[in-house]
Ligand binder design. Structure first.
Ligand code: GLU
Length: 446
């Protein structure tokens, strides 16, 4: 079987971690199975979809490395949806209904007060031709409902195992609104069939949809040369570190925001690929290596914990593991390419790449040194070797120790503070060499 999957975002806003996880898992699954990854812009909602959001989705996916093999806009495929709707009408599975929203609310209330399930009562199915004509003469426009079979729909879910949805407990879904607009359900099924999507991988918030969609798939399959129905995988949703629903802050954190904040794309993808699975939460060297690991058997039923601290830990891991040759272009672009020794010295201290410019300033720019004990600093200055090379730190600090009696933190902290202005940082042997004798002298004398 040829694997073909799709990521189907609605361009009604920016994409966030939850959407990207769906995109990523689809992409990894396609990669692992030599399949195709389709980007399908679900822009049937013409009022809320924007081209700007669509462009941002593409920018975000591209930045994350999630490139696509095929790309579609649902808004350009209305003819096909209309054909499918006509076919469903022909076989008696799509029927017009005329109730207003208020009427439906009222009926639901009555049903609930009688302890009946608030399911659409299919009154529209009993309308005679005359009644329909009369309603239309009143100016009412129909919306169109799919007639469910009212049976148990079952599928083998790659994550959830055997699943069943009882469609008798569901209202016949509205596929087309009064104004003729196609709602999400029909275009989604039509496209999955038309594009020969082999696997539908999405969040478990779609499980109930799958019940109704499977009936629509079955009804429409003959229109598509009896196309096979896709296999489904419904992933548990993301929750925040506290186990509660993804907090506002994280839920609304768009990928563009993370990009601006200097988070590495591979940190985001490593994190999202591994949370909620049995794999250890570690940074991966590449998307391909993440694809190797992809396996729905590793995905549990419990929600995946999205902890921003974990993401930042992976971010640091990635920077720390990046060799100079790979990072050189970025260092150049940031005006912080001070050579391999510089990168190897500072990378262990980076949480975000942008911090590299702070270290570059410490090595080759102006900083405010911190000198609390002037006498100590002047003594250190006095003992500073005339030539300062890669090994001078050891000899220099030995000499200061002998002369002042200071040792341990009392010896090293004032030197670090004077030379870098900070209390912490990389190994001072290499860093002081990079800073160089002139700057050291200047900072001690400050
Ligand atoms: N546009 C839908 C969404 O973003 C697609 C869901 C699906 O994968 O079928 O929720």
């Amino acid at each position: 079987m040829t694997v073909k999957v799709r990521f189907a975002p609605s361009p009604t806003g920016r994409i966030h971690a939850g959407n990207v996880r769906a995109a990523l898992v689809n992409w990894l699954f396609a990669k692992k199975n030599q399949g195709k990854f389709v980007l399908r812009i679900d822009d049937t909602d013409l009022e809320r979809s924007t081209k700007e959001n669509e462009a941002l989705i593409e920018t975000d996916l591209t930045w994350l490395g999630l490139t696509w093999d095929e790309r579609y806009n649902q808004s350009l495929r209305f003819d096909l949806y209309q054909k499918a709707a006509d076919y469903l009408k022909e076989i008696g599975r799509l029927y017009p209904a005329y109730e207003t929203a208020e009427e439906l609310v009222r009926r639901r209330k009555v049903q609930l007060s009688r302890d009946l399930p608030p399911v659409y009562d299919r009154a529209a199915l009993n309308l005679t031709d005359e009644e329909r004509t009369a309603l239309e003469a009143e100016g009412r426009k129909p919306h169109w409902r799919f007639k469910l079979d009212g049976k148990r729909v079952a599928w083998e879910d790659l994550v959830r195992g055997h699943c069943e949805v009882d469609t008798t407990s569901m209202s016949d879904p509205v596929l087309i609104r009064e104004d003729g607009a196609f709602l999400y359900t029909l275009p989604s099924v039509v496209d999955d069939l038309d594009m020969a999507i082999s696997h539908v991988i999405r969040g478990e918030d779609h499980v109930a949809n799958t019940g109704t969609q499977l009936e629509i798939f079955e009804a429409l399959s003959p229109m598509f040369a009896d196309a096979d129905l896709p296999t489904f995988a419904h992933m548990p949703l993301l929750v925040g570190a506290d186990g509660e629903g993804l907090s506002k802050r994280l839920g609304s954190m768009s990928i563009s925001q993370m990009r601006e904040d200097g988070i590495e794309p591979l940190a985001i993808t490593s994190h999202l690929a591994k949370i909620g699975t049995s794999d250890p939460l570690e940074a991966a060297p590449s998307l391909d290596s993440l694809a190797e690991l992809q396996d729905f058997d590793k995905m549990g039923r419990a929600p995946a914990r999205y902890d921003f601290d974990d993401l930042m830990r992976l971010n640091a891991q990635i920077l720390q593991g990046t060799p100079y040759a790979d990072i050189k272009p970025r260092l150049e672009a940031a005006g912080a390419d001070l050579g391999e020794l510089f990168w190897d010295t500072v990378r262990m201290n980076l949480h975000k790449f942008a911090e590299v410019t702070d270290w570059a300033a410490i090595v080759s720019g102006d900083i405010t040194p911190r000198v609390d004990d002037k006498a100590f600093a002047l003594k250190a200055l006095e003992l500073l070797p005339a030539e300062y090379d890669r090994d001078s730190w050891k000899a220099w600090t030995e000499a200061i120790k002998t002369e002042t009696g200071a040792k341990g933190k009392a010896l090293f902290m004032p030197l670090r503070q004077a030379l870098t202005g900070l209390d912490h940082g990389p190994d001072m042997g290499a860093l002081s060499f990079l800073i160089g004798r002139d700057r050291i002298a200047q900072r001690l004398g400050a």
